[in-house]
Design a protein around this ligand. Structure first.
Ligand SMILES: Cc1cc2nc3c(=O)[nH]c(=O)nc-3n(C[C@H](O)[C@H](O)[C@H](O)COP(=O)(O)OP(=O)(O)OC[C@H]3O[C@@H](n4cnc5c(N)ncnc54)[C@H](O)[C@@H]3O)c2cc1C
Length: 350
């Protein structure tokens, strides 16, 4: 086989070449209750038919198996996604929108994520509404579209969490808080649902302010703290500060709250604010720092082997391309924002 197969679904022959293993697990999945066909999950291959039957019959229990349909190789063809606007409309052919595998991505979620954006934008253009462009710090879909249109792709693109530099902000618990306003703006969610999201947001903010001001005395809280295996307090503390301790859920301290939160979701969001607020603030600072990094120069002959925590793929590509600035490094396909952060910290130190 000449072409490059999908990196994230390697064939058995790729696995043999890449990994040093003495055994390999295969799942024998029935195709139907009404046939004797089984799919061998973990054995995708482009080897010739004779080799396939040889491999299968070498497996205990499958000595007499028959192949109904042999495995075959998949290769990818695509339209370069750098020819698209962030709305996923073609730059070359107005009113033509591209979404999914045709853009060089692979995966169900990747296809669906682009499909919803292309669909919303096609309808919005027809209706004369402003386009929907999701930012990297507000959604994974924003990360994916920004990646594929700016960096293009040289192998099937998959949306990995490591591609998102602001992933603490991109949580499943806050997806409606991040995106409901777009859903409402484009007529995809009801007024009732949107109002409930706005109400949650307002209530969370009010509760954060209130809980930050409540004084808690050692005599009222220490039994609870000890029962959760955390240090008792010696002086009066704010309830919000005690909630920063990772072991103590809001639920455990609810009785010390002057107006206990009854709604589970509001309680969870309030708790998340106190527990992760420091990290979230740091992440917001990272957003600012990232912009500055674009002006940092990487000297000639820079030794990438000295940079810790670079992904293997990133190190190889940086050594090959030798970018002159961090900004250029950012545009190299396959280099993740987390690699850029690690590299920038090192270049700055130097
Ligand atoms: C063997 C295999 C295993 C996979 N496993 C996974 C997995 O486990 N998890 C995962 O997330 N992804 C997996 N993928 C990838 C995933 O299936 C695809 O990336 C995804 O389904 C692509 O969706 P899409 O809508 O972009 O394209 P498609 O699903 O290919 O849809 C394109 C549609 O357009 C139709 N079409 C083509 N030409 C025309 C035309 N001229 N006129 C009208 N219609 C046309 C086609 O018939 C097709 O229905 C796998 C892929 C393969 C091949």
């Amino acid at each position: 086989m000449q072409g490059k197969g999908p990196r994230y679904c390697p064939s058995i022959e790729d696995k043999v070449m890449k990994f040093d293993k003495q055994s390999h697990q295969i799942f024998v999945e029935p195709e139907s209750r009404f046939s004797q066909e089984y799919y061998l999950n973990g054995l995708s291959t482009s080897l010739p038919f004779e080799a396939q039957i040889g491999i299968i019959r070498s497996i205990n229990g499958l000595e007499n198996a028959v192949i109904e349909r042999p495995a075959y190789a998949v290769e990818y063809d695509y339209a370069c996604p750098d020819q698209l606007f962030p709305t996923l409309e073609s730059k070359k052919i107005e009113n033509l929108y591209f979404a999914g595998q045709i853009n060089g991505t692979s995966g169900y979620e990747e296809a669906a994520g682009q499909g919803v954006v292309a669909g919303i934008n096609a309808a919005a253009k027809f209706k004369g509404m402003k386009p929907l462009i999701l930012r990297r710090d507000e959604s994974y879909i924003g990360v994916m579209i920004d990646d594929i249109i700016n960096k293009s792709v040289d192998e099937p693109y998959r949306l990995l969490t490591s591609r998102a530099e602001f992933r603490l902000l991109l949580r499943h618990d806050n997806v409606h808080l991040r995106l409901a306003r777009y859903g409402y703006e484009y007529g995809l969610i009801s007024q009732e649902f949107y109002s409930s999201v706005q109400e949650i947001e307002k209530e969370v903010n009010l509760n954060i302010q209130r809980i930050s001001r409540i004084n808690v005395y050692p005599s009222a809280v220490n039994d609870i703290l000890i029962s959760y295996s955390t240090e008792p307090i010696e002086h009066t503390m704010k309830l919000g500060d005690i909630l920063k301790r990772p072991q103590i859920p809001y639920e455990a301290l609810k009785k010390l709250d002057s107006i206990p939160i009854q709604n589970d979701e509001i309680a969870e969001q309030t708790d998340i604010y106190f527990k992760y607020g420091g990290y979230l603030k740091k992440m917001e600072d990272e957003v600012k720092k990232m912009k500055k990094m674009e002006e940092i120069i990487i000297s000639d002959g820079f030794d990438y082997d000295q940079v810790h925590n670079l992904a293997f793929e990133a190190r190889e590509k940086l050594k090959k391309i030798k970018p002159a600035t961090i900004a250029q490094a950012m545009r190299i396909p396959g280099i993740n924002p987390s690699d850029i952060l690690n590299l920038s910290v090192y270049v700055n130190k130097k």
